[in-house]
Design a protein around this ligand. Structure first.
Ligand code: ACO
Length: 401
């Protein structure tokens, strides 16, 4: 058996691989993707089975611990997460410092990074118990921070967590209830929200997860690392695509405008957002589940005839028959239908990537823990291919003309 790590350590090989299309940066036991077959497994379990049979907190436990929880383990985990949902009272002032029209992703990046200023007691990354507490704090506090960013942007008072509700129900209540109001969340929306969280929970070494690992490889604390991941996720080629995909559907507006739009994509004036993936070259298994969720949410909210949904379905049908997309193996990704679903639930587009960040936090923290607990872990330090000037002598300012 060849020990691949030994082989690499001994080798002087130097690879130039922009965008890391064929370089593995780590070993991992968390998530498996077969892009050609459209397979996504978390700890061996297919994503469609998790989305239809597990809930988000069970999925979190699975990602963090490697196995599905027993009933007793689940109960303990749920109660631990519930205990950590509140934010420090000082956070009120922190939020007040942002402009009301700040993008909620800007607030998320700042607020999550600031958690390291509030929770000094769980910053020792070499202590397994502290790593565990940080993981719980992050998973528990993300919905509270996300809901708070939302309420702040719409100018409404914050609704505190209600801990006898499920993770998804509690989050939807914090977003859409008004304080002191009796507010009951539609169970169909709770299930859809939970499923959306599961679909986004982890996706191996994507850009934001690699960012979290790279930041963590220097020994930075977990809150700072997750803030780095959130910043990376914000980009339109990554998590920001869900916002862009819905804006695109709105811009197209009606099915009749699709041919004109497709012509623009082929002329490379713009991309078809929510299409294409670095790894999936057959289909994105998450997109199928997301499309089903879109149907369910539109039915639950009485928007079955939503014109954007008609545009999306027609656009998908046209693209899947068009040689340009077929040759390049471009298929809908998870973001194509998520915008329509979240919009029907009442979220503005600026919240879409925030919800992605909330759900991906467990993946980021599971990957961060796995890296810290790997005895072979080293600081991440890519090399470069230098193409600049060769050595030359300094010319003083007075002689440079
Ligand atoms: N629309 C039109 N053309 C596209 C698209 C698209 N969405 N995606 C790729 N292409 C084309 C490229 O122009 C390129 O064409 P060429 O070979 O003629 O030059 C070819 O397909 C290959 O594309 P690459 O950019 O090399 O593929 P890469 O793997 O680097 O990019 C990415 C993947 C970034 C996801 C890309 O498909 C994209 O930008 N999609 C739109 C944004 C999006 O939906 N992102 C979400 C990804 S999923 C996620 O983060 C949850």
């Amino acid at each position: 058996v060849i020990d691949i790590r030994k082989l690499y350590a001994q080798s002087d090989a130097f690879t130039y691989d922009p965008g890391f299309t064929s370089t593995a940066s780590c070993e991992s036991k968390i998530t498996y993707i077969d892009g050609d077959q459209g397979v996504l497994l978390h700890r061996g379990y297919p994503i469609d089975q998790l989305a239809s049979q597990a809930n988000f907190l069970e999925t979190c436990y699975l990602l963090l611990h490697g196995e599905l929880p027993s009933a007793a383990e689940y109960e303990k985990f749920e109660s631990t997460i519930t205990r950590h949902t509140m934010l420090h009272a000082q956070f009120d002032r922190f939020f007040d410092g942002f402009r009301r029209d700040a993008h909620p992703m800007a607030i998320m990046t700042g607020a999550v990074g600031a958690l390291s200023a509030f929770y000094h007691d769980s910053l020792d990354i070499h202590d397994a118990q502290q790593r565990e507490i940080s993981a719980h704090r992050l998973i528990a506090k993300m919905p509270t921070i996300a809901a708070r960013a939302f309420k702040y942007s719409v100018g409404q008072p914050f609704v505190h967590p209600k801990n006898n509700l499920s993770y998804a129900e509690n989050f939807l209540r914090m977003c859409f209830a008004v304080p002191a109001e009796d507010y009951v969340v539609d169970p169909a929306l709770v299930r859809a929200m939970d499923r959306i969280f599961i679909l986004h929970a982890d996706h191996e070494q994507n850009a934001s997860t690699s960012t979290v690992r790279l930041a963590g490889s220097s020994g930075a604390n977990p809150f700072a690392c997750i803030a780095a991941g959130i910043a990376c996720l914000w980009g339109p080629s990554h998590g920001g695509a869900n916002e862009e995909a819905l804006n695109m559907l709105r811009e197209i507006g009606t099915p009749e405008k699709i041919p004109e739009f497709i012509a623009g994509v082929k002329d490379r004036r713009y991309k078809l957002m929510g299409f294409g993936h670095r790894v999936y070259k057959n289909y994105d298994p998450r997109a199928k589940v997301m499309q089903t969720s879109a149907y369910e949410v539109l039915a639950a909210t009485g928007r079955e005839n939503d014109p954007l949904f008609q545009v999306a379905k027609e656009l998908e049908a046209v693209a899947l028959k068009d040689d340009f997309f077929v040759e390049r193996k471009l298929f809908p990704n998870v973001d194509f239908y998520s915008g329509i679903t979240l919009s029907a639930m009442g979220f503005p587009t600026t919240m879409f990537t925030v919800l992605f960040a909330l759900a991906r936090t467990v993946g980021w923290i599971a990957q961060w823990k796995e890296m810290i607990e790997d005895p072979g872990q080293k600081i991440g330090r890519p090399r470069q291919l230098y193409t600049g000037a060769t050595q030359r002598d300094f010319v003083p300012l007075s002689q440079r003309g």
